[in-house]
Write a protein that binds this ligand. Structure first.
Ligand SMILES: Nc1ncnc2c1ncn2[C@@H]1O[C@H](COP(=O)(O)OP(=O)(O)O)[C@@H](O)[C@H]1O
Ligand SMILES: [Mg+2]
Length: 279
């Protein structure tokens, strides 16, 4: 067992129908407590299917999935698994159940029968952490997409999970909403130590992760720090992913004879390197 294990998939195989081609084929992934992981891969490569294994919505046909010390096959621990691993999905409108923000955030706790004073404290804390406290009395449908996703995040955080899985939760947002949601999850990771698994199509989000996992056609094909994973732009394109914009710009400038290091992937590093050259 890896040290500080949050999530582990150990050689898992999964298919939706008997005899069908596996959607996950011999997938192994290890995620430690406190890590911020980005998962990338073209549509249909199995990202959501993998995510659903991490809170026992799906179980593998072969191999084992672990949530901390719990094997997800252990039916008696299903509540513990769901409490430890919270999921936020793509469409914010599908996740909202109440007509007032704070009631929505309280919904899951209410169902669990958490006593009133504790519930009040946890809901307020979760709304603060997700940055939507000032909207607590509003109707969710009047909020922007990004605000709605932060309401969904608050509802999950109120459960005090150890790990947050975001399954393309920024995909339907405008750039401002996306940025705010990203900052919110970064804060939850940095300040509160919540492990984050961010499935995304945005390379600018992946660049900010501690580690990136790239999937292709049911397999994990690349894994490493963002500079390691994005080093080879052609390989990234071969997996139908975008190259981060700053990296693409540096590739072009290098091809035009400008002396820039191949390791640059983020906008800030790119700006700093260009500024240094212009001095
Ligand atoms: N409920 C389902 N029943 C049958 N096939 C499914 C189901 N969900 C997903 N699939 C198929 O499994 C593959 C992986 O899907 P998914 O995990 O959603 O990929 P991703 O999240 O990377 O886009 C796709 O070929 C998809 O069509
Ligand atoms: Mg998906």
């Amino acid at each position: 067992m890896i040290e500080n294990r949050m999530l582990e998939a150990d050689h898992i195989l999964f298919r939706y129908a008997q005899n069908a081609k596996p959607v996950l084929d011999d997938v192994s992934v290890e995620i430690r407590k406190g890590e911020f992981i980005a998962v990338l891969g073209a549509n249909g490569c199995g990202k959501s299917t993998l995510a659903k294994h991490f809170n026992a919505i799906l179980l593998p046909e072969k191999g084992t999935v672990w949530v901390e010390e719990i094997n997800t096959q252990d039916e008696e621990r299903i509540y513990d698994i769901r409490q430890k691993v919270g999921m936020v999905f793509q469409n914010p409108d599908n996740q909202i159940v109440a007509t007032i923000v704070e009631e929505d955030v309280a919904f899951a706790l209410e169902n669990l029968g958490v006593p009133q004073p504790e519930m009040r404290a946890r809901v307020d804390e979760a709304m603060q952490m997700a940055g939507i406290f000032k909207h607590k009395d509003k109707a969710p449908h009047k909020l922007s997409g990004g605000q709605k996703q932060r309401v969904a995040i608050a509802g999950v955080i109120a459960m005090r999970p150890d790990c947050l899985i975001m399954d393309e939760s920024t995909a339907m947002l405008d750039p401002i909403g996306r940025d705010k949601v990203m900052r919110t999850v970064q804060k939850l990771n940095h300040e509160f130590g919540i492990t984050v698994v961010m499935i995304t199509h945005y390379m600018e989000e992946a660049v900010l992760a501690d580690r990136v996992i790239v999937m292709n056609d049911g397999h994990v094909v690349l894994e490493g720090t963002p500079p390691e994973v994005f080093r080879d732009s052609d390989k990234i394109r071969a997996y139908k992913l975008d190259v981060p914009q700053a990296k693409e710009l540096c590739d072009e400038l290098r091809a035009a004879g400008v002396d820039l290091p191949e390791t640059i992937i983020g906008a800030e590093e790119c700006a700093a390197a260009l500024a240094a050259l212009l001095k």
